[in-house]
Design a protein around this ligand. Structure first.
Ligand code: SAH
Length: 246
């Protein structure tokens, strides 16, 4: 009998943000492949009798190349196992989930995709920053600050837009350049920016500043990955609406 692969979104960190479905499937797994973004408390939910495989993915030093992960998923499913590919946040938002299931489709392996709370939703909620708000932002845009070739070549003109919140995933390394480019393309120098480090976890830290000074704030406070950047007037609400006291 052939097994099945579940591509599961583990959410941004707080284990209680796992969906009931993610939790049920995780606790029934025979094999779990998880990466760096999956928090310890979620890893602790992997059943003792399941094979738990850390497949890494610290930026630029992938501990297991993507092709090997794809191959492993197919092999374990072929052994008839219930295989969980556990990812941080949502598998289809900057999670390469699409690439992994393409391979499964090609190999004829049965699969399901379980969505998760993406970092933008989790960090915004736990930091007290509504991503949209009738007075400040009518749209929100998720972008990655880290492209496949390591550059940060984004459609800058589209990113500088009134009443739009910009959420940048993987934006820490390229932050100085990103901020400079946004200002050069007309972004208001006073636009507020928040950086949320390890959002939704007990180690969460939130720093706010403006687009010109945020990089300095990040350096001074030794902000580390995973961190999410939220740019836009909605950040003005942060002090008033923050509730999570880790
Ligand atoms: N699929 C994931 C995103 C993977 S890309 C999702 O939907 O959330 C990895 C980036 O996500 C990190 O570099 C960081 O920008 C962001 N991220 C993930 N978890 C985070 C967390 N708990 N706090 C802050 N940023 C986080």
């Amino acid at each position: 009998m052939s097994g099945k692969v579940y591509l599961v979104g583990g959410g941004p960190g707080d284990p209680e943000l796992l969906t009931l479905k993610a939790h049920r499937i995780l606790t029934q797994a025979d094999v779990v492949l998880y990466d760096r973004l999956v928090g310890d408390q979620i890893v602790a939910l992997i059943p003792d009798n399941a094979e738990a495989l850390y497949v890494g993915k610290a930026k630029s030093k992938h501990s297991l190349p993507q092709e090997d992960i794809n191959k492993l998923l197919c092999e374990k499913a072929a052994e008839g196992k219930c295989v969980v590919r556990l990812k941080g946040g949502d598998p289809f938002i900057f999670g390469r989930g699409g690439e992994e299931i393409e391979e499964l489709v090609d190999a004829g392996v049965e699969f399901e995709v379980i969505p998760g709370v993406t970092a933008a939703a989790g960090c915004a909620a736990y930091a007290g920053i509504p991503l949209t708000h009738r007075d400040y932002a009518q749209s929100v845009r998720f972008v990655t600050g880290h492209l496949k070739d390591g550059s940060t070549d984004l459609p800058w003109n589209e990113l500088v837009h009134p009443a739009q919140t910009l959420v940048i995933y993987m934006g820490l390394t390229g932050l100085a350049e990103t901020a400079e480019k946004l200002v050069a393309h007309g972004m208001n120098k006073d636009i507020p920016v928040a950086v949320v480090e390890k959002g939704t976890t007990l180690s969460q830290r939130v720093f706010t500043s403006n687009i010109c000074e945020i990089n300095q704030v990040v350096i001074e406070n030794e902000v580390k990955s995973p961190s999410l950047l939220i740019i836009g007037d909605v950040v003005k609400l942060q002090t008033r609406l923050s509730w999570f006291k880790p």
